[in-house]
Design a protein around this ligand. Structure first.
Ligand code: FAD
Length: 472
């Protein structure tokens, strides 16, 4: 058949995984093409994920901080929120970054082919050309011939079948559109994405309810960290319904009426102005015609890969959200580099020991490696060092002493296995713990490293010092 474009490496999907793979491959001398249906590069993370959520969270955190300063004797008036301008700010942030990516692609001669890609076989992809900013199809088709390919088509929000279509019932993408300030909001699913968006809406004036099937919010993090976050954020919530679920959602004129089932759930239906469902994301592995290329996709839509990020078809790699948990941008980028380097003939492996997780709430909750709760469950003998921020000069000066820093060491040899931080900017600090784990650091290495004083980062050194039985 006809071939319109030929390349060494085709990448389908322009999220952090896709553009990182294409850029690395181009840097290693390959002619790279990215097939992406949207007009901008950046995928979920830049357009409707990590970045816009943080742009809004930053503003929310400043509003909260300013209110908190009343306790220090400084009072400001009630903030006047111009929601259109705030949305504009968020869009500006996105445009700056997607514009930057377009520039970097151009510099590397990475071609962006606009459209919806479907594999024809293991060396050809058909692209149904899209126009505008979105997915409107022009009717035109192009065929790209490639020597190697990287599948980086990402994931999308799961919409449970009983959730009706209504403009007041939204996923994270809808929440980031920030259409209006609301009074009562329900979050279905108490994970990071739901709680981050809830933080924004609550600071802008919404009362929150959250319903979560499991017995705790922010699953994955140790419960002692989550408790600190929860205590600090009590004022945002009317009702936190754990071990509970929604049983019906009925949009009516006066609001969305929801009924629940569970130990902490009210018996009567509740009325909300806005309902956010954030119950997880499902991989897009089944949406690229991977089977036409012979690539094995499991029934949930995940693509199976080896440590080189290679699928069962030797010239096709897969990376990012669609190869498995955790669905995080920094994991996608790391995998992208491994895939691109292998495609370019180098030997690379995904052998990272740990992948950090961060909730960019206020306070932030960050963790990496072995958690204390997991160690208990698995019967792993650990020594922990905890440094409460109430003992930190800097935290006291900042008026934010609620947090703590925790390190988890192997009880036998003192090697660092994990760590967690709750407090403002915890996410910015967790990287040191990641490095420590990757480098095989032990408590002495960290405890004897001179940290700048007075900083919150210092709490990591102090936590290592107090790990009893290791340093003393
Ligand atoms: P994606 O970013 O999902 O990109 C996939 C791209 O593929 C999309 O642009 C899509 O249009 C395109 N595509 C799919 N199929 C086709 C096709 N057939 N043809 C053409 N194009 C196609 N992670 C973090 O690490 N930190 C955070 O703070 C964070 N915050 C988040 C907040 C929210 C609200 C959400 C939803 C997610 C957040 N994430 C965060 C997760 C992060 O966005 C993802 O892990 C990351 O985007 C995954 O990257 P990816 O490259 O796998 O794919």
């Amino acid at each position: 058949g006809k071939v319109d474009i030929e390349c060494d490496i085709l990448v389908v999907g322009a999220g952090p995984g896709g553009y990182s793979a294409a850029f690395r491959a181009a840097d290693l001398g390959m002619k790279a093409v990215i097939v992406e249906r949207y007009s901008t590069l950046g995928g979920v993370c830049l357009n409707v994920g990590c970045i816009p959520s943080k742009a809004l969270l930053h503003n929310a955190a400043v509003i909260d901080e300013v209110a908190h300063m009343a306790t220090n004797g400084i009072k400001f008036g009630k903030p006047e929120v111009d929601i259109d301008a705030l949305r504009g700010y968020k869009d500006q942030v996105i445009n700056k970054l997607t514009g930057g990516l377009a520039g970097m692609a151009k510099m590397r001669k990475v071609e962006h082919v606009r459209g919806l890609g479907t594999f024809l076989d293991a060396n050809h992809m058909e692209v149904q050309v899209t126009t505008g900013t979105g997915q409107e199809r022009s009717g035109e088709k192009k065929v790209v011939k490639f020597a190697q390919a990287v599948i980086a088509a990402g994931s999308q929000a799961v919409k449970l079948p009983f959730i009706p279509n209504d403009p007041r019932i939204i996923d994270s993408t809808g929440a980031l559109e920030l259409k209006a300030v609301v009074k009562r909001m329900l979050i279905i699913g108490g994970g990071i994405i739901g709680l981050e968006m809830g933080t924004v809406y609550s600071t802008l004036g919404a009362r929150l309810d959250v319903v979560e099937l499991s017995d705790g919010l922010m699953q994955g993090a140790d419960r002692d960290l989550v408790k600190v976050w929860q205590d600090w954020n009590k004022h945002r919530f009317d009702n936190i319904m754990l071990s509970s679920k929604t049983t019906s959602i009925v949009p009516k004129e006066d609001g969305v009426w929801v009924t629940f089932e569970g130990p902490n759930a009210p018996a009567e239906a509740q009325c909300y102005d806005l309902v956010l469902y954030s119950t997880g994301r499902s991989p897009n592995g089944k949406k690229v015609g991977a089977e036409n290329a012979g690539v094995i996709v499991d029934e949930r839509g995940f693509i199976v890969v080896d440590k080189q990020m290679r699928t069962n078809v030797p010239n096709i790699y897969a990376i990012g959200d669609l190869v498995g948990q955790p669905m995080l941008a920094h994991k996608a980028v790391h995998e992208a580099h491994v895939a691109a380097e292998n495609a370019a003939g180098h030997k690379a492996y995904f052998d990272a020991r740990v992948i950090p997780g961060v909730a960019y709430t206020d306070p932030e909750v960050a963790w990496v490696g072995l958690t204390e709760d997991q160690a208990k469950k698995d019967g792993i003998k650990i020594t922990k060092g905890v440094f409460p921020w109430a003992a930190s000069g800097r935290a006291i000066a900042n008026g934010r002493t609620e947090g703590f820093t925790k390190l988890i060491f192997d009880a036998e040899n003192g090697q660092l296995l994990g760590g967690a931080i709750v407090g403002p900017h915890a996410g910015d600090m967790i990287g040191e713990i990641c490095l420590g784990i990757e480098m095989g650091a032990d408590a002495v290495d960290i405890g004897k490293t001179i940290h700048p004083h007075p900083t919150m980062g210092e709490s990591i050194g102090m936590a290592a010092e107090v790990a009893k039985g290791v340093c003393t």
